[in-house]
Design a protein around this ligand. Sequence first.
Ligand SMILES: Nc1ncnc2c1ncn2[C@@H]1O[C@H](COP(=O)(O)OP(=O)(O)OP(=O)(O)O)[C@@H](O)[C@H]1O
Ligand SMILES: [Mg+2]
Length: 277
Amino acid sequence: MAERLHDQTPRTGGETLISLKGVSKNFRKNSKEITVVNDCNLDIAENEFLVIVGPTGSGKSTLLKLIAGFEAPTSGEIRVGGDIIKRPGADRGMIFQEYALLPWRNVLKNVELGLEFKGSRDEAENRKQAMKYIDMVGLSYAVNKYPVELSGGMKRRASLAMILVTKPKILLMDGPFNALDSKTKMTLHTEITRIWEHEKNTIIFVTSELDEAVKLSDRIAVMNKTGKISRIFQNDLPRPRMGKAALDADFHNRFVKLREEVLNEVKAGAGKAVCEY
Ligand SMILES: Nc1ncnc2c1ncn2[C@@H]1O[C@H](COP(=O)(O)OP(=O)(O)OP(=O)(O)O)[C@@H](O)[C@H]1O
Ligand SMILES: [Mg+2]
C-alpha cells in the first residue's frame, strides 16, 4: 500500500472498466421532454479516480444513476467489464446525495445491513467488518446511536461505512462529503484515497468543490448545462497530495492552475444556471 501511495504514474493508462457510448437520458418535465444527459462518451479505466463537476442541474447525479443501473439510458449504452448494464449490481456501490439509513436501526446495525444485503450471514464477522469501517470513518463513538440522533455529517459517514464495508469494485459517490466540516472532510479525503489505493476500486465521484476535485482525481470531467461532458482534464499532480506534499511551492502552483482551468470550464458551461463554484 505504501508504494502505491507514492506511485506517481497516472492510473488512466489501465484497462477500460466502464465505457459510455453516446449515452443520453431524457425526462418528461411539465409535459415537455428534456435532455438531462446528452450524448456522453467516456471510458473509465480500472482503478481510476474520476471526478465529475458541473453546475447544478447539469445531470451529474443522473449520470451516476445510469452507471449504477438505477436509471436506463434513453439512447446509447453503458458497459462494465464489457457487459451492458441492465440493472444495479453488487459490483457497483452508490453513495447518494441524500443519505439512506434505516431509522429503526442504529449505526452498527445499518452498516451491518450492507453485508446482510450481500448475503453474509456470519454475524460475528459482519460485526467485526462493520466496526472496522465505522472506525475508519470516525464514528466508533456513535455505533449505538439511531439516525434521528445523528448530525448530517454523522449520517454521511454512516452511509459511507455502509457501502465501503461491502467492498464494491466500483464506487459511485454523489457529493459524499458535501456539508461536512473541513476537518472531517480532510480526514475522509485521506481515508478515501487510502481505501482506493488499497482496495484498487474504481471511483466516480461527483462534487461541487474544485479543491476536492483536484485533490482526489486522476481526471476531472466537466458537465455543462446541456448535459454534455464539455471537457476532461487529466490530473497529473503527484500523489500523495495531502499533508506535507501540499506545501511544496511547485505542487501548489500546479494545483491552483488546474483548479483555475476547471473553474473556467465550469463557468463557461453554466450559462444562466446557478453556478455555485
Ligand atoms: N426522475 C426525474 N424526472 C424528471 N426530471 C428529473 C429526474 N431526475 C432529474 N431530473 C431533472 O434533471 C436535471 C438534472 O438533474 P441532476 O440531479 O442529474 O443534476 P445535478 O447535476 O446532479 O445537480 P446538483 O448539482 O444540483 O445535484 C434537473 O433539471 C432535474 O430536475
Ligand atoms: Mg446532483
